[in-house]
Design a protein around this ligand. Structure first.
Ligand code: TXA
Ligand code: MG
Length: 353
């Protein structure tokens, strides 16, 4: 066990952030592990050039070593040192979405990053987070920072500093606490196939609709789960992720049928003495009677649901829920990422009623 220093900056004005985070940045630059907030989820950062530091990320998280890490930068100037020449389409997307929740997979230069970051691939995923504390930390550290989500592998990603402490206290050197993250789901990961095709490897904060609007002439497709299983392009997608400890089932269909089905299942489980949970939209919350009923907010405000999802999954764990059922949303906009994470959390137990 090591001591995890916490820098609480939530109430600090922007102009004091740099001074407050200089010790955290120095720790990062010298091989330390520092968790920090981004606009998506909290990340666990290490100097991406330093294999000993990156190795500590994998052991702190219990993460499989064939799953590559996203590299975070504060400035486009840092990018050319890391990657080989890339399609113009990538620049267009960077102009539109950086800083922001878009990770772009690009060809990596040899011998600049620890090979552990790329997990043997010839590419890296890079992004520039849109968060004041993340940018202040990255700027001062001055190095490319490899940062997966700051959770133990398989657990829901952290959207609060307390989630990071639950999973990683005593395993990491520090944590920058700047309150709740924004989007609440991880960045969109894309690769580019030539100048014309954007392939979404992981849906996230930047929606397909937003990508299309920024690049009207490009086609967009998504790597299907089947494809990811056979020849994983985004290796992380093949692992069970984001999962609560109880067994989660995702239920799809007409809202009224979904509610009736879920309540029937809850009643049956309760008769068997199991602790039950329901994850539902505000519109139908009052219809459920279970040990724990948690709200995703209104079904017409899916950004809210994205923001709440991971905290809700952790709350089910705290309340010892053994069987959990979740309603489904539309797959428009951020709904695509929301349903992707719910299906993963459910280990693909999806029921259509
Ligand atoms: O929002 C986010 O992206 C957060 C914050 C902290 O930035 N980070 C994050 O990292 O979610 P992580 O490690 O939990 O997920 C990284 C995903 C994995 O699915 C991984 O397989 C994929 O990105 N990835 C990373 N490098 C890749 C590459 N070179 N090619 C394809 N996929 C890659
Ligand atoms: Mg993760």
């Amino acid at each position: 066990m090591i001591t995890t220093n916490v820098w609480s900056v939530e109430r600090l004005p922007d102009e004091q952030l740099g001074a407050e985070l200089s010790a955290a940045a120095s720790c990062l630059k010298h091989g330390g592990l520092i968790a920090f907030p981004t606009e998506t989820v909290y990340g666990l950062g290490a100097d991406a050039r330093n294999s000993a530091a990156v190795e500590r990320i994998f052991s702190a998280k219990g993460r499989p070593s064939d799953n590559p890490l996203i590299v975070h930068i504060a400035d486009r100037i840092q990018l050319d040192a890391l990657v080989l020449p890339y399609p113009e389409l990538a620049s267009v997307l960077m102009d539109s979405f950086w800083p922001g929740p878009l990770t772009i997979v690009l060809p990596v230069r040899t011998n600049v990053l620890s090979p552990l970051v790329t997990a043997g691939l010839s590419t890296i995923g890079v992004r520039m987070p849109n968060h004041r504390a993340a940018l202040a930390l990255l700027e001062q550290a001055g190095c490319p920072v490899a940062a997966p989500s700051a959770n133990r592998s398989g657990r829901p990603s952290p959207t609060l500093a307390s989630h990071v402490m639950e999973d990683l206290a005593g395993r990491i050197d520090g944590l920058v606490d700047d309150g709740a993250t924004g989007v609440g789901l991880e960045s969109t990961v894309i690769e580019l196939v030539g100048e014309q095709l954007i392939r979404i490897l992981r849906p996230g904060g930047i929606t397909r609709e937003a990508l299309q609007a920024a690049a009207p002439d490009a086609s967009i497709d998504s790597a299907s789960d089947q494809e990811l299983d056979s020849a994983p392009r985004s290796p992380g997608m093949k692992y069970t992720h984001y999962a609560p400890q109880g067994e989660l089932v995702l239920v799809q269909g007409e809202p009224a049928n979904v509610a009736a089905y879920i309540q029937e299942q809850v009643d049956r489980a309760a008769r068997n003495g199991e602790r039950t949970g329901v994850l539902a939209f505000e519109e139908r919350l009052a219809q459920y009677n279970a040990d724990r009923v948690l709200s995703l907010g209104s079904e017409v405000e899916l950004n809210d649901a994205a923001h709440r999802l991971y905290a809700a999954l952790r709350t089910f764990d705290e309340s010892g829920a053994q069987r959990i059922w979740s309603e489904s949303s539309s797959e428009q906009g951020i709904g695509a990422a929301l349903m992707n994470r719910l299906a993963k959390a459910a280990g693909n137990r999806v029921v259509r009623v």
